[in-house]
Design a protein around this ligand. Structure first.
Ligand SMILES: Cc1cc2nc3c(=O)[nH]c(=O)nc-3n(C[C@H](O)[C@H](O)[C@H](O)COP(=O)(O)OP(=O)(O)OC[C@H]3O[C@@H](n4cnc5c(N)ncnc54)[C@H](O)[C@@H]3O)c2cc1C
Length: 275
Protein backbone atom coordinates (compact mmCIF):
# COMPACT_ATOMS: atom_id res chain seq x y z
CA UNK A 1 0.00 0.00 0.00
CA UNK A 2 1.01 3.61 -0.43
CA UNK A 3 0.67 6.35 2.19
CA UNK A 4 -2.25 8.75 2.10
CA UNK A 5 -1.14 12.15 0.71
CA UNK A 6 0.68 14.42 3.16
CA UNK A 7 2.72 17.62 3.17
CA UNK A 8 6.37 17.53 4.23
CA UNK A 9 8.47 20.26 5.82
CA UNK A 10 12.17 20.06 6.61
CA UNK A 11 12.53 22.24 9.70
CA UNK A 12 15.71 24.31 10.00
CA UNK A 13 15.44 25.09 13.71
CA UNK A 14 13.53 24.13 16.81
CA UNK A 15 11.18 27.11 16.69
CA UNK A 16 10.09 26.14 13.20
CA UNK A 17 9.27 22.61 14.43
CA UNK A 18 7.23 24.03 17.31
CA UNK A 19 5.40 26.52 15.08
CA UNK A 20 4.32 23.75 12.69
CA UNK A 21 3.19 21.54 15.57
CA UNK A 22 1.25 24.44 17.08
CA UNK A 23 -0.47 25.23 13.79
CA UNK A 24 -1.31 21.69 12.67
CA UNK A 25 -2.08 20.13 16.10
CA UNK A 26 -2.98 16.45 15.87
CA UNK A 27 -2.75 16.60 12.06
CA UNK A 28 1.05 16.81 12.27
CA UNK A 29 3.60 14.07 12.99
CA UNK A 30 7.27 14.48 13.65
CA UNK A 31 9.45 12.52 11.24
CA UNK A 32 12.70 11.36 12.83
CA UNK A 33 14.43 8.23 11.45
CA UNK A 34 11.20 7.05 9.84
CA UNK A 35 11.83 3.40 10.79
CA UNK A 36 8.47 3.05 12.52
CA UNK A 37 6.52 5.98 11.10
CA UNK A 38 7.10 5.24 7.40
CA UNK A 39 5.81 1.65 7.63
CA UNK A 40 2.81 2.99 9.58
CA UNK A 41 2.15 5.54 6.81
CA UNK A 42 2.47 2.85 4.15
CA UNK A 43 -0.02 0.63 5.97
CA UNK A 44 -2.24 3.67 6.54
CA UNK A 45 -2.16 3.10 10.27
CA UNK A 46 -1.23 6.79 10.44
CA UNK A 47 -2.60 9.45 8.08
CA UNK A 48 -1.10 12.77 9.15
CA UNK A 49 -1.65 15.82 6.95
CA UNK A 50 1.87 17.09 7.70
CA UNK A 51 5.25 15.52 8.44
CA UNK A 52 7.75 17.75 10.22
CA UNK A 53 11.28 16.44 9.61
CA UNK A 54 13.51 17.22 12.62
CA UNK A 55 16.69 15.54 11.38
CA UNK A 56 18.25 18.73 10.00
CA UNK A 57 17.90 20.77 13.19
CA UNK A 58 21.45 21.14 14.44
CA UNK A 59 20.49 21.90 18.07
CA UNK A 60 18.66 18.56 18.33
CA UNK A 61 21.60 16.46 17.19
CA UNK A 62 23.70 16.68 20.36
CA UNK A 63 24.76 14.19 23.01
CA UNK A 64 25.72 16.17 26.13
CA UNK A 65 26.82 15.36 29.67
CA UNK A 66 24.71 17.28 32.19
CA UNK A 67 24.34 17.11 35.97
CA UNK A 68 21.35 14.80 35.53
CA UNK A 69 23.15 12.44 33.15
CA UNK A 70 23.71 12.02 29.43
CA UNK A 71 21.26 14.09 27.45
CA UNK A 72 20.43 12.74 23.99
CA UNK A 73 18.81 15.09 21.47
CA UNK A 74 15.86 14.18 19.25
CA UNK A 75 18.05 13.90 16.16
CA UNK A 76 20.58 11.43 17.60
CA UNK A 77 20.50 8.15 15.75
CA UNK A 78 20.73 4.84 17.63
CA UNK A 79 24.03 3.87 15.94
CA UNK A 80 25.64 7.10 17.16
CA UNK A 81 24.56 6.56 20.76
CA UNK A 82 25.78 2.95 20.62
CA UNK A 83 29.14 4.16 19.36
CA UNK A 84 29.22 6.70 22.21
CA UNK A 85 28.05 4.24 24.88
CA UNK A 86 30.69 1.60 24.16
CA UNK A 87 33.36 4.26 24.80
CA UNK A 88 31.70 6.04 27.73
CA UNK A 89 31.69 4.13 31.04
CA UNK A 90 28.76 6.28 32.20
CA UNK A 91 26.33 4.39 29.91
CA UNK A 92 26.91 0.67 30.55
CA UNK A 93 23.25 -0.34 30.25
CA UNK A 94 22.89 1.29 26.83
CA UNK A 95 26.15 -0.25 25.65
CA UNK A 96 24.61 -3.64 26.42
CA UNK A 97 21.06 -2.95 25.19
CA UNK A 98 21.51 -1.00 21.94
CA UNK A 99 23.02 -3.90 19.95
CA UNK A 100 19.65 -5.66 20.47
CA UNK A 101 17.72 -2.85 18.75
CA UNK A 102 16.84 -3.96 15.22
CA UNK A 103 19.75 -4.23 12.79
CA UNK A 104 22.77 -2.07 11.89
CA UNK A 105 20.73 -0.68 8.99
CA UNK A 106 17.76 0.36 11.16
CA UNK A 107 20.06 1.75 13.89
CA UNK A 108 21.78 3.89 11.25
CA UNK A 109 18.46 5.60 10.55
CA UNK A 110 16.33 5.25 13.70
CA UNK A 111 16.69 7.72 16.56
CA UNK A 112 16.78 7.07 20.29
CA UNK A 113 14.05 9.62 20.96
CA UNK A 114 11.92 8.31 18.07
CA UNK A 115 11.88 4.86 19.65
CA UNK A 116 10.92 6.31 23.04
CA UNK A 117 8.19 8.48 21.44
CA UNK A 118 6.85 5.45 19.56
CA UNK A 119 6.61 3.58 22.91
CA UNK A 120 6.47 0.02 21.66
CA UNK A 121 6.21 -2.09 24.85
CA UNK A 122 8.91 -4.48 23.53
CA UNK A 123 11.40 -1.77 22.60
CA UNK A 124 14.75 -1.67 24.37
CA UNK A 125 15.35 2.09 24.67
CA UNK A 126 12.14 2.98 26.55
CA UNK A 127 12.93 0.09 28.92
CA UNK A 128 16.45 1.39 29.59
CA UNK A 129 15.24 4.95 30.17
CA UNK A 130 12.61 3.73 32.63
CA UNK A 131 14.90 1.30 34.49
CA UNK A 132 17.59 3.94 34.93
CA UNK A 133 15.04 6.46 36.22
CA UNK A 134 15.60 8.79 33.26
CA UNK A 135 13.65 11.85 32.17
CA UNK A 136 12.23 13.38 28.99
CA UNK A 137 12.47 17.04 28.05
CA UNK A 138 9.33 18.13 26.18
CA UNK A 139 8.77 21.50 24.60
CA UNK A 140 5.63 23.26 23.44
CA UNK A 141 5.70 26.61 21.59
CA UNK A 142 5.32 28.54 24.84
CA UNK A 143 6.53 26.24 27.59
CA UNK A 144 8.94 23.43 28.35
CA UNK A 145 8.62 20.63 30.87
CA UNK A 146 10.65 17.67 32.07
CA UNK A 147 8.92 14.47 33.12
CA UNK A 148 10.20 11.19 34.53
CA UNK A 149 10.02 8.17 32.22
CA UNK A 150 7.82 6.55 34.89
CA UNK A 151 5.06 9.06 34.01
CA UNK A 152 5.56 9.05 30.24
CA UNK A 153 4.37 5.58 29.18
CA UNK A 154 0.64 5.43 29.84
CA UNK A 155 -0.66 2.55 27.67
CA UNK A 156 -0.03 0.42 24.59
CA UNK A 157 1.98 2.83 22.39
CA UNK A 158 0.37 5.73 24.25
CA UNK A 159 2.34 8.41 26.06
CA UNK A 160 1.90 11.57 28.11
CA UNK A 161 3.15 13.71 25.19
CA UNK A 162 0.69 16.32 23.96
CA UNK A 163 0.02 16.60 20.20
CA UNK A 164 1.81 19.93 19.94
CA UNK A 165 4.85 18.90 22.01
CA UNK A 166 8.27 18.02 20.69
CA UNK A 167 10.36 15.60 22.72
CA UNK A 168 13.49 17.67 22.58
CA UNK A 169 15.75 15.18 24.35
CA UNK A 170 15.89 12.37 26.86
CA UNK A 171 18.35 12.10 29.76
CA UNK A 172 19.86 8.80 30.87
CA UNK A 173 21.32 9.03 34.42
CA UNK A 174 25.04 8.23 34.47
CA UNK A 175 26.31 5.00 36.05
CA UNK A 176 26.89 5.22 39.79
CA UNK A 177 29.85 3.78 41.71
CA UNK A 178 29.19 0.37 43.28
CA UNK A 179 26.33 -0.30 40.87
CA UNK A 180 26.07 -2.98 38.18
CA UNK A 181 24.01 -2.92 34.98
CA UNK A 182 22.88 -5.77 32.74
CA UNK A 183 20.52 -6.34 29.83
CA UNK A 184 19.19 -9.55 28.30
CA UNK A 185 16.37 -10.43 25.97
CA UNK A 186 14.75 -13.32 24.15
CA UNK A 187 13.33 -12.82 20.67
CA UNK A 188 12.55 -15.13 17.79
CA UNK A 189 15.59 -13.93 15.82
CA UNK A 190 18.29 -11.39 16.59
CA UNK A 191 16.98 -7.98 15.50
CA UNK A 192 13.35 -8.86 16.17
CA UNK A 193 11.43 -7.05 18.86
CA UNK A 194 11.83 -8.82 22.22
CA UNK A 195 9.38 -11.44 23.44
CA UNK A 196 10.73 -10.54 26.87
CA UNK A 197 13.52 -8.05 27.63
CA UNK A 198 15.06 -7.48 31.07
CA UNK A 199 17.24 -4.61 32.28
CA UNK A 200 18.73 -4.69 35.77
CA UNK A 201 20.44 -2.18 38.02
CA UNK A 202 22.06 -3.74 41.10
CA UNK A 203 23.74 -2.40 44.22
CA UNK A 204 24.96 -4.20 47.35
CA UNK A 205 21.58 -3.64 49.01
CA UNK A 206 18.97 -4.17 46.32
CA UNK A 207 18.10 -4.49 42.66
CA UNK A 208 15.79 -2.80 40.20
CA UNK A 209 14.43 -4.99 37.40
CA UNK A 210 12.84 -3.52 34.27
CA UNK A 211 10.75 -5.79 32.04
CA UNK A 212 9.64 -5.12 28.47
CA UNK A 213 7.49 -7.12 26.08
CA UNK A 214 5.00 -8.44 28.63
CA UNK A 215 2.70 -5.65 29.85
CA UNK A 216 1.32 -2.84 27.64
CA UNK A 217 4.11 -0.58 28.85
CA UNK A 218 7.64 -1.18 30.08
CA UNK A 219 7.65 -1.71 33.83
CA UNK A 220 10.19 -1.57 36.64
CA UNK A 221 10.20 -2.91 40.19
CA UNK A 222 12.56 -2.88 43.17
CA UNK A 223 13.39 -6.41 44.34
CA UNK A 224 15.38 -7.95 47.19
CA UNK A 225 18.79 -9.44 46.45
CA UNK A 226 18.90 -13.01 45.10
CA UNK A 227 19.62 -15.26 48.06
CA UNK A 228 17.25 -13.31 50.32
CA UNK A 229 14.42 -15.54 51.55
CA UNK A 230 11.78 -13.44 49.80
CA UNK A 231 13.55 -13.05 46.41
CA UNK A 232 11.88 -15.93 44.55
CA UNK A 233 8.42 -14.94 45.80
CA UNK A 234 8.98 -11.29 44.84
CA UNK A 235 10.15 -12.20 41.32
CA UNK A 236 7.29 -14.65 40.85
CA UNK A 237 4.78 -12.03 42.02
CA UNK A 238 6.28 -9.52 39.55
CA UNK A 239 5.91 -12.07 36.72
CA UNK A 240 2.22 -12.57 37.57
CA UNK A 241 1.49 -8.87 38.10
CA UNK A 242 2.58 -8.10 34.52
CA UNK A 243 -0.62 -9.78 33.35
CA UNK A 244 0.97 -11.51 30.34
CA UNK A 245 -1.26 -12.47 27.42
CA UNK A 246 -1.04 -15.11 24.69
CA UNK A 247 -0.22 -13.80 21.24
CA UNK A 248 1.24 -15.03 17.93
CA UNK A 249 4.77 -15.00 19.32
CA UNK A 250 4.43 -16.61 22.75
CA UNK A 251 2.01 -17.82 25.38
CA UNK A 252 1.42 -15.91 28.60
CA UNK A 253 2.87 -18.85 30.53
CA UNK A 254 6.09 -18.79 28.48
CA UNK A 255 6.46 -15.05 29.03
CA UNK A 256 5.98 -15.43 32.81
CA UNK A 257 8.61 -18.16 32.88
CA UNK A 258 10.99 -15.94 30.89
CA UNK A 259 10.50 -13.11 33.38
CA UNK A 260 11.47 -15.49 36.20
CA UNK A 261 14.50 -17.06 34.45
CA UNK A 262 15.77 -14.14 32.38
CA UNK A 263 15.00 -11.77 35.26
CA UNK A 264 17.14 -13.79 37.67
CA UNK A 265 19.99 -14.17 35.14
CA UNK A 266 19.98 -10.45 34.36
CA UNK A 267 20.02 -9.50 38.04
CA UNK A 268 22.87 -11.92 38.76
CA UNK A 269 24.85 -10.52 35.84
CA UNK A 270 24.27 -6.96 37.09
CA UNK A 271 25.53 -7.95 40.54
CA UNK A 272 28.67 -9.50 39.00
CA UNK A 273 29.28 -6.32 36.96
CA UNK A 274 29.27 -3.94 39.95
CA UNK A 275 32.15 -1.50 39.63
C1 LIG B 1 13.25 -4.15 10.48
C2 LIG B 1 13.08 -3.35 11.74
C3 LIG B 1 13.43 -3.94 12.94
C4 LIG B 1 13.27 -3.21 14.13
N1 LIG B 1 13.60 -3.82 15.31
C5 LIG B 1 13.50 -3.11 16.45
C6 LIG B 1 13.87 -3.70 17.70
O1 LIG B 1 14.31 -4.84 17.78
N2 LIG B 1 13.73 -2.94 18.81
C7 LIG B 1 13.25 -1.64 18.77
O2 LIG B 1 13.14 -1.00 19.81
N3 LIG B 1 12.90 -1.07 17.60
C8 LIG B 1 13.02 -1.78 16.46
N4 LIG B 1 12.65 -1.17 15.28
C9 LIG B 1 12.12 0.21 15.31
C10 LIG B 1 13.26 1.22 15.24
O3 LIG B 1 14.05 1.16 16.42
C11 LIG B 1 12.76 2.65 15.06
O4 LIG B 1 13.87 3.37 14.68
C12 LIG B 1 12.15 3.37 16.24
O5 LIG B 1 11.09 2.67 16.81
C13 LIG B 1 11.59 4.72 15.83
O6 LIG B 1 12.60 5.65 15.69
P1 LIG B 1 12.63 6.60 14.43
O7 LIG B 1 13.69 7.61 14.69
O8 LIG B 1 12.76 5.79 13.20
O9 LIG B 1 11.21 7.32 14.54
P2 LIG B 1 10.09 7.58 13.46
O10 LIG B 1 9.72 6.31 12.79
O11 LIG B 1 10.46 8.71 12.59
O12 LIG B 1 8.92 8.05 14.44
C14 LIG B 1 8.27 7.14 15.30
C15 LIG B 1 7.16 7.88 16.07
O13 LIG B 1 7.71 8.76 17.04
C16 LIG B 1 7.30 10.10 16.79
N5 LIG B 1 8.47 10.94 17.09
C17 LIG B 1 9.74 10.75 16.63
N6 LIG B 1 10.55 11.67 17.16
C18 LIG B 1 9.80 12.45 17.97
C19 LIG B 1 10.09 13.57 18.81
N7 LIG B 1 11.31 14.07 18.92
N8 LIG B 1 9.08 14.12 19.52
C20 LIG B 1 7.82 13.61 19.42
N9 LIG B 1 7.49 12.56 18.66
C21 LIG B 1 8.47 11.98 17.93
C22 LIG B 1 6.90 10.13 15.32
O14 LIG B 1 5.99 11.18 15.05
C23 LIG B 1 6.27 8.76 15.18
O15 LIG B 1 4.97 8.76 15.69
C24 LIG B 1 12.79 -1.86 14.10
C25 LIG B 1 12.46 -1.27 12.87
C26 LIG B 1 12.61 -1.99 11.70
C27 LIG B 1 12.26 -1.32 10.40
Amino acid sequence: MKPAPFDYVRARDRDEVLAHLHEAGDQARILAGGQSLVPMLSMRLAKPALLVDVMHVESLSRIEATEAGIRVGAGVRQARLLDWAVRDPRLPLLARALPWVGHAQTRNRGTVVGSIAHADPSAEQPLCLLTLGGTLQLRHRRKARSIPAAEFFVGMMATARGDTELIESVTFPAAQPGTGYAFREVGRRHGDFAIVACAAVATATGVRLGVGGVADIPTVRELPLPGASDFDDALNQYAWDLDARDDLHATARYRRELVRRLGRDTIEEALRCRN
